[in-house]
Design a protein. Structure first.
Length: 459
């Protein structure tokens, strides 16, 4: 299958037609934005705007940012059966956006307020000692633009995080990304000491970053260049991802949504692909880019989840659905797949709650109280576990031991109310484990944590 434009792909599979709309549809109201309020302020620069339009046959929308002079002032988005999604590239301050499809238009003002937090996630492309930043690619005359690919990925990961956190009731919280004056994310190419084709060596990577790209209060997304190994692992402030599959990633924000609709097959005998058997461009991009966010989650201290669509499990394979309106064909499925909002990758409730208390998710700089460890005490008479914090509790979870196979349940704490100083866990709450061992995992609102892996032992 050759590459498809979104229009050709939808028409080719029979999901769009040029049928004449009934009079009731022709008189329908203008298109509307469903996920942002006019005049809303946000603290990330590449929001995905979703809405409704009256023309069910429309397959695209165009967004123009009248406040921008960047090449991204005009963006093309996707539409299907009366729903649309389009990315925007915001400049600091108020952005006057116009979204058009055919004769229908809607306007939206969004105020982009850059984050003031000193904490950030920094993008690194790590090479061997030759400094070669190239990669194998099936694309003729590939630009090999690792800076563009990693920078675009950072914007998409940040945008997904903000939206999915908002969906769980925590507002548009997301991590900070360092931006250049032109709005592009900063990406650092770090040259290691290791010889070509010597595989993954975490110690050498750490040393090279320490010498060339270290920054206080920073987590790192590290994409490994040619011959430096293929892995996906995260923890202790670093998220590693092999770079042999980034040839499908978009170079620019303008290309992002189209890249998730690209059903070009991959010759797995010649090129590395990581797409769980789907083996086409869009699937490779979804799984590998989603895996980057998964590993960033581990670097923030998140365990795996029991929710199959959570980013902290195999939700990475459906990362693409957040940015698209339908799913293109693949090697595993020859037809276009329609999906519901509930089929899109997400942060499940326990993961979102856990993430919300991370200092890296605080949009703006503030003072923290450190060293105040929350307490976990069991009362065998009342059969209650009391969790307490001088600072205020932000997260209380009950997990299988060591979070294996994954987190599944957290006590309800309303983020719109003052943080409670105490949470009581009752026997009814831990009955879900059927008498098997479990652990209590706690974080206060200043990200001071504690874990009790034998909580029913009197302290």
């Amino acid at each position: 299958m050759n590459r498809h434009t979104v229009r050709n792909l939808l028409f080719a599979t029979g999901l769009l037609s040029l049928a004449v709309l009934p009079a009731s549809a022709q008189l329908a109201p203008a298109m509307t934005v469903d996920n942002f309020k006019n005049g809303e302020s946000i603290q990330y620069s590449a929001p995905l705007i979703a809405g409704t339009l009256p023309d069910a046959a429309a397959d695209s929308v165009t967004l123009i940012n009248a406040s921008s002079k960047r090449p991204t002032l005009q963006m093309k988005g996707l539409a299907y059966k009366g729903k649309f999604k389009v990315l925007a590239d915001l400049v600091p301050g108020v952005n006057d956006l116009t979204i058009t499809s055919g004769t229908k238009t809607t306007k939206l003002k969004l105020n982009f307020v850059p984050q003031t937090s000193c904490r950030a996630v920094r993008a690194i492309y790590y090479t061997n000692n030759t400094g070669d930043a190239g990669f194998l690619s099936p694309i003729p005359n590939d630009k090999q633009d690792v800076v563009g690919k990693l920078g675009t990925a950072m914007l998409l990961l940040q945008s997904f995080t903000a939206d999915r956190m908002n969906a769980q009731g925590y507002g548009r919280k997301t991590f900070n990304v360092e931006l250049e004056p032109d709005g592009r994310p900063k990406v650092f190419i770090v040259k290691g000491d290791q010889a070509p084709d010597t595989g993954f060596n975490g110690g050498l990577v750490d040393r090279a970053i320490g010498q060339q790209a270290a920054r206080p209060h920073t987590q790192y997304l590290i994409v490994l260049g040619r011959g430096c190994g293929y892995t996906a692992v995260g923890g202790n402030g670093k998220a590693f991802m092999g770079g042999s599959t980034i040839y499908t990633w978009p170079d620019t924000l303008q290309q992002a949504q189209a890249s998730f609709m690209d059903a070009t097959p991959i010759d797995t005998g010649k090129f590395h692909v990581d797409a769980v058997g789907r083996d086409v461009f869009w699937a490779n991009t979804s799984t590998t880019m989603g895996a980057c966010l998964h590993e960033i989650g581990h670097s923030f201290g998140l365990p795996h989840s029991m929710d199959g669509l959570c980013i902290m499990t195999r939700g990475i394979d459906h990362f693409n659905r957040f940015f698209t309106v339908v799913e293109p064909p693949s090697k595993a499925n020859s037809k276009i797949t329609e999906f519901k909002d509930s089929d899109i990758a997400r942060f499940c409730k326990v993961t979102a709650n856990n993430l919300a208390v991370s200092r890296y998710m605080a949009l703006n700089e503030r003072e923290y109280i450190s060293g105040k460890t929350p307490t976990i005490k069991f009362d065998p008479v009342k059969k209650e576990i009391t969790v307490s914090s001088e600072v205020g509790l932000g997260f209380v979870a009950l997990d299988p031991p060591y979070g294996n196979p994954g987190a599944d349940f957290c006590m309800p704490i309303d983020p719109s109310k003052p943080a409670p100083k105490q949470v009581i866990i009752t026997e009814k709450d831990w009955a879900r484990f059927g008498g098997k061992p479990f652990q209590v995992r706690v974080s206060d609102i200043d990200s001071n944590g504690n874990v009790d892996r034998d909580p029913l032992k009197p302290k």
